[in-house]
Write a protein of this length. Structure first.
Length: 91
């Protein structure tokens, strides 16, 4: 079972909070809110996304890279995929 299925309720709650934050950001932009309020909202969304990424990454590493039943070749391939995703995320 995928770790995202095990933690689905918690992860979906995070995604829904992020959705609410992005909707608030859109409303702030449409409503012409002050620059600092918009910037604070952007920072909050970014923090929430970073938290989600961190949680997903940790779960993936624990579930897949630390899997004692996976071969060394499988773990190495998975590690390369994770590195690719992290590099993409950091751009």
């Amino acid at each position: 079972m995928s770790h995202t299925l095990k933690d689905q309720k918690k992860l979906l709650a995070r995604v829904r909070r992020i959705k609410g934050q992005t909707e608030s950001l859109e409303k702030a932009l449409v409503g012409g809110e002050e620059c600092l309020k918009v910037l604070q909202q952007v920072a909050a969304v970014r923090g929430a996304i970073n938290g989600l990424m961190s949680e997903l990454l940790e779960g993936h590493i624990r579930e897949h890279l630390m899997n004692p039943h996976a071969s060394e070749q499988e773990r190495n391939a998975d590690m390369e995929q994770i590195i690719t995703v992290v590099r993409s995320y950091m751009k």
